[in-house]
Design a protein around this ligand. Structure first.
Ligand SMILES: [Zn+2]
Length: 165
């Protein structure tokens, strides 16, 4: 579970990334997953192999909304990037200058999408059902979800306030 969100801590290193986008860092490529899985196989530790796959699911899911630098070396963004039209993709830098904080573009796209919110709610329900049915003794782990939710919602309202002024 920890390895599934570990890669997002690279957000603290955004300034070193191309376009200041943390998803262009090596931590959002397929490379760490491969290293973790191979290491797990070498020392025959199944938990580490599973952790490697958990890490990979994160990178894979990130391809669907905004894309991620899957293969790292070409420094190119991969994925269907469902939240962005071709036009927006080509003029992204220009579009971002229309906001006081470029992050607002991405944040508002997500929170204004009914489909994204429905998927978010569905995944939450699924998570709770799976924990209750399969690992009830770990139910308190779901509190981490609410920590993340608080962080993202407060960021959303903060950005909304900035753009309104
Ligand atoms: Zn991510």
């Amino acid at each position: 579970m920890f390895f599934a969100f570990l890669s997002d801590f690279d957000v603290f290193f955004s300034r070193y990334a191309k376009d200041q986008n943390h998803r262009n860092l090596i931590s959002h490529s397929i490379i760490p997953s491969i290293i973790i899985i191979v290491l797990g196989l070498l020392i025959s530790w199944p938990a580490l192999v599973i952790s490697g796959f958990a890490y990979f699911t994160h990178v894979m899911v990130d391809m669907f909304d905004w894309g991620t630098n899957l293969l790292y070396f070409p420094k190119k963004t991969f994925g269907p990037r469902l939240f962005m039209s071709k036009e927006e993709e080509e003029n992204l830098l220009k579009i971002l200058t229309q906001y006081k904080n470029g992050a607002s573009f991405f944040d508002f796209k997500y929170y204004n999408s009914k489909l994204a919110l429905i998927i978010e709610a569905l995944l939450f329900v699924l998570m709770m059902v799976f924990i209750i049915l399969l690992a009830f003794e770990y139910i308190l782990i779901s509190l981490i979800y609410f920590l993340g939710l608080c962080f993202h919602l407060s960021r959303h309202y903060h950005l909304k306030k900035i753009e309104k002024n």
